[in-house]
Design a protein around this ligand. Structure first.
Ligand SMILES: [Zn+2]
Length: 669
């Protein structure tokens, strides 16, 4: 859940007209391949690694190995040909074939292929989190076909043909998953959570007839044409070879990790996870989460693994495989722990009416500041708050993981330069310096409040939901957008709060107020930045931001201005905060409304709110298309990939240098 990502219009009036006229949502457009994907050096891991004891290192070594063994599962989930494409990419770019591939494609197309490959390896498949694929335009389908022939010559013809189209055809399987709950275009979307032949109508019908899905399902048809859940566990004799092979290795490494577990709860966490992967009973996964929450902040090497997040399923049932091995930083964890201790005080001041939580006295949700030593996921986050089982959250609690940049990374001049470029494009000139100078502070405030206070807050009418039902899952595709924006609204509401001064997060109230204003500014610039990168509003966090932006515009808290004071045009327009107090008030009302909808399960209001005030069709408006153009080919939208690394002989070993050409030989390591 609830992860925190980093972040339109004309308005609402126009958007409302489009929605009410029933104009279909824009046809999906693929993303062009970014020109200059950066490489993040992996050497800073050495410092974190050195801080571990021998026993912790042994634990980490097996957890890291288990997590690596899970990588094929992610490719398998993300596209039925994901592993085939991976193999073609890695073989065509390895030391032996690199020059030959470059000669085949020519310099310009090779550069595109290299950037495409970096994205594919980083996202573990063809899709960005915005539910769009990247597509090659300089490399031809003929060239891609040759690469498949050369490097995976034994693959089936149909699989190769479809893979070539996946990489080069701007019309083919552009989306990973349907964008509406009725499953429109399921058969034209690429995700392998559902067998490729299934249609949305078939799935809907099966659910109407009592079919049930679950976290570890892959939905398919059996021999007689019935829709079935293929449980992704070793006990299932029909499990695909790829997943079986991966699970066997994972379970083997998790067993080897057992003697090195730091606490009894961590031992139990490992045991329940093993059982879940062997037998497939989701109750074991729930218990694994319970043990993880109970282990709190006691294990310096902490981990999460399994079919965790449901963002990638259009029905929010099936979990995407992911794993995190994180190393806790005890010093900064003090700050997050003291924030967590104030959870009740924040709760008391929430605009939640009767749906406020009463935490037990002395209760504080565990909040860990960590280095993401290894993040294996199709989705990068700045923190997460789990479990997604709301009854566990209610009865046992939840745990917050907040990402720290690896030591030195936040001073990296390239990172700073790229950040400045983004804000110079998408903020009024007068706001750029402030946002940049307090960037880390406002970002930390946003993430801490989002995760620790936001997601953990509020109760709901239990009679409206099933006994073990998670409200977010129950609310369907818009549930995630609601929950993520609810957490962000908490951050926007409390970012200048006196309690943050009291716990020492800010040095005084002046700083608190200044950083709050800069957070408000940055939120608008980030929104335009993400819009230019994602080229759609469909990703759940983004959909929620879109809702807020519309309300801020409507309520007169923000307005369009030209960034440098000249006449307003599509090329220079950015948002300016007109009234910070209004911004705050609108945030507070939106927080109240989102919580109300969740608490009483007002599904009609949820649908109405997002359809009319955050329509996906907004992307077709001229200002949105202009933002996309402004972000095209810019470094801030290209993203970064990690320099390959491994633990070898008890040491961090890095491969290649920090250029794309320098690491391409090592993709897949
Ligand atoms: Zn979140």
């Amino acid at each position: 859940m609830l992860k925190n990502l980093t972040f339109s219009l004309i308005g609402l009036s126009m958007a409302t007209v489009l929605a009410s006229a029933g104009i279909a949502e824009s046809k999906y457009k693929p993303l062009s391949v970014p020109d200059n994907v950066r490489v993040l050096g992996s050497k800073p891991r050495e410092i974190v690694w050195a801080s571990l004891s021998e026993k912790e290192k042994n634990l980490a070594i097996h957890l890291l190995a288990a997590a690596r063994a899970g990588i094929p599962i992610i490719y398998y989930q993300n596209h039925r040909h994901g592993l085939l494409v991976k193999k073609m990419i890695e073989t065509s770019l390895n030391r032996r074939n690199f020059s030959k591939t470059k000669a085949l494609l020519g310099d310009k197309a090779f550069l595109e292929f290299l950037n495409y490959s970096a994205k594919f390896e980083d996202l573990m498949g063809p899709y960005s989190p915005s539910n769009r694929k990247f597509v090659l335009s300089k490399v031809t389908s003929g060239q891609v076909k040759i690469l498949f022939k050369r490097h995976v010559g034994k693959a089936r013809t149909q699989a190769v043909d479809e893979s070539v189209r996946l990489l080069t055809d701007p019309e083919y399987e552009v989306i990973s998953q349907p964008e509406s709950a009725d499953g429109t275009d399921l058969e034209n979307s690429g995700s392998n959570l559902y067998a490729h032949s299934l249609t949305g109508a078939e799935v809907t019908k099966a659910f109407d007839n009592g079919f049930k899905s679950n976290l570890n399902c892959r939905i398919s048809k059996d021999a007689s044409g019935n829709v079935v859940c293929q449980v992704q566990a070793l006990s299932n004799p029909y499990l695909s070879y790829v997943v079986r092979n991966a699970l066997i290795k994972i379970v083997g490494e998790l067993r080897l990790a057992l003697p090195f577990a730091s606490t009894e709860h961590q031992t139990n966490q490992l045991r329940f996870l093993i059982s879940f992967l062997e037998k497939g009973d989701v109750e074991d996964f729930r218990q694994m989460n319970v043990e993880w929450v109970k282990d709190a902040i006691h294990s310096k090497v902490d981990f999460m693994m399994g079919y965790v997040e449901v963002y990638q399923d259009y029905l929010n049932h099936i979990g995407a495989w992911e794993s995190y091995v994180q190393i806790v930083d005890p010093k900064t964890t003090e700050t997050s722990a003291s924030l967590a201790k104030n959870a009740q005080d924040f709760e008391d001041r929430m605009p939640y009416g009767e749906f406020k939580k009463k935490f037990p006295i002395d209760y504080s949700p565990p909040a860990l500041m960590v280095y993401y030593f290894q993040e294996i996921s199709a989705f990068h986050s700045g923190g997460y708050n789990l479990p997604n089982f709301d009854d566990i959250r209610r009865d046992v609690g939840a745990k917050n993981i907040i990402k720290l940049e690896l030591l030195g990374q936040d001073l990296d001049p390239t990172v700073l330069k790229v950040r400045r470029e983004k804000y110079e494009e998408f903020l009024p000139k007068s706001k750029v310096e402030g946002v940049i100078s307090d960037w880390t502070k406002q970002r930390q405030a946003l993430v801490l409040l989002h995760e620790i206070i936001g997601h953990g807050s509020g109760t709901y009418d239990v009679t409206k939901y099933g006994e073990k039902e998670d409200p977010i899952g129950a609310l369907g595709a818009l549930g995630s957008a609601l929950e993520e924006q609810r957490a962000d609204m908490t951050a926007l509401v409390f970012s200048g709060d006196a309690h943050l001064v009291k716990i020492g997060f800010y040095k005084d109230q002046d700083e608190a107020t200044r950083v709050r204003h800069e957070m408000y500014d940055a939120y608008l610039g980030d929104f335009l930045g993400i819009l230019s990168r994602d080229q759609s509003f469909s990703e759940p966090h983004m959909r929620g931001h879109w809702l807020l932006i519309n309300q801020l515009l409507d309520g007169g808290a923000i307005e369009w201005v030209s960034k440098d004071g000249g006449p307003l045009s599509l090329e220079n327009r950015v948002f300016l905060v007109k009234d910070y107090e209004k911004y705050f008030q609108i945030s507070l009302s939106l927080l109240a409304e989102l919580q109300r909808i969740k608490a009483v399960r007002d599904e009609a209001a949820l649908k109405n709110l997002f359809t009319n005030h955050a329509p996906l069709s907004g992307i077709d408006e001229s200002w949105a298309q202009a933002m996309i153009k402004r972000g095209m080919g810019r470094t801030f939208n290209s993203g970064a990939v990690e320099q390959p690394w491994e633990i070898s002989k008890n040491k961090v070993r890095v491969f290649g240098d920090v250029t794309l050409e320098g690491i391409a030989n090592y993709f897949g390591r």
